[in-house]
Design a protein around this ligand. Structure first.
Ligand SMILES: [Zn+2]
Ligand SMILES: [Zn+2]
Length: 339
């Protein structure tokens, strides 16, 4: 997200400065309510309208990222929270660049696939307000399941673990993405295209909710009052990054916490969170950070005594062991401690 922000923000600012008279985005400086309706609620969205929408999002979000990260560094230093280390921050941005590059390159493919399904839809949304509210709800619901399978299937956990392997917690961890997730994320959004949501709108809502997804990576905001009932808050997401037994594989939502409450994965913040994973990478080398869990998985597959065990080491729960004598029914999944 940030890499796209930086590219596009730089482009827009440069363009604005050098071509202020012939700016292709005449509505940017004087954005009015009718424009909002035109760009967000039109029944037909052209590519240029979509670009304006995306650029508005980037224009608004990028300075906010810069300000909140700067503020957080300052405040955590003053409060001696030690939530930033140089090495970890560099790693976070390095992983973000890899993820962002892959996402950008692959977006042509996944938008084409989503467009294929959208072109065969029989659904037509009349009311724009209903359309956007339903899209937000449906997409956040699908993201919940994407994230849940990322935690509950070892192959996907091997990809997603990069987001969790930092033992600190700050806004920049929000950019520490699962590098290969862009290659399969669209799969969860196919049902949305099938029921008549435009692929460019799906991509837009993903970007918009991801801004919130980044904002919740902080130790500075304790609780958010009544918002705690239905939104994913920093408190909820601190739990998600915890390796304490009761916090493992909890609070998977990106924007709304209601899915966790409905499907039994909700855990409120109680004892102090210990950030990170139970099997962290052994070094900060890029290949180790990205592939360490794949290596563990391959080692287990090689040592598995039969085909069933080999299958389970790839597609079973991350903590599954062929030689486990007994597994407690409430054993946390995802990073199950059997080692
Ligand atoms: Zn996660
Ligand atoms: Zn996170």
């Amino acid at each position: 997200m940030l890499i796209e922000s930086l590219f596009c923000y730089g482009r827009v600012v440069e363009f604005f400065l050098s071509h202020i008279q012939s700016l292709h985005l005449p509505d940017l400086p004087t954005f009015r309510l009718p424009d909002f309706y035109r760009y967000f609620c039109a029944t037909k969205v052209t590519n240029s309208m979509n670009e304006v929408r995306e650029q508005w999002l980037l224009l608004i979000s990028t300075p906010i990222y810069v300000v909140i990260i700067g503020l957080e560094i300052l405040l955590s230093h003053l409060q001696q929270l030690k939530s930033y280390t140089l090495k970890d921050t560099v790693n976070n941005f390095y992983l973000m660049l890899l993820n962002g590059g892959l996402d950008l390159a692959f977006s042509v493919v996944y938008l084409a696939i989503l467009n294929y399904f959208f072109s065969h839809t029989f659904f037509h949304w009349g009311n724009p307000v209903l359309y956007w509210v339903c899209l937000l709800l449906a997409e956040d619901f699908m993201y919940y399941w994407l994230h849940r399978f990322d935690h509950e299937v070892r192959f996907f956990w091997a990809i997603h673990v990069t987001h969790h392997s930092s033992d600190t917690f700050n806004f920049t961890v929000g950019f520490r993405s699962s590098v290969f997730q862009p290659l399969y994320r669209f799969f969860y959004f196919i049902p949305l295209a099938v029921v008549g949501f435009r692929p460019i709108d799906i991509a837009f809502i993903y970007s918009a909710t991801q801004i919130w997804g980044i904002f919740v990576h902080t130790q500075l905001i304790k609780k958010m009052g009544w918002l705690e009932y239905f939104l994913v808050t920093p408190s909820h997401h601190r739990v998600h990054h915890g390796q304490n037994d009761q916090y493992i594989d909890r609070n998977m939502g990106m924007f709304l916490i209601i899915w966790d409450k409905l499907f039994g994965t909700f855990e409120p913040e109680g004892e102090k969170v210990v950030y990170g994973v139970t099997k962290p990478p052994t070094s900060n080398r890029p290949d180790e950070m990205i592939f360490h869990e794949f290596r563990n998985m391959l080692r287990d597959v090689r040592q598995a005594p039969d085909l069933y065990s080999k299958w389970m080491y790839v597609f079973g729960r991350p903590g599954w062991r062929h030689d486990a004598k007994w597994q407690a029914p409430n054993e946390p999944i995802g990073q199950t401690r059997l080692d």
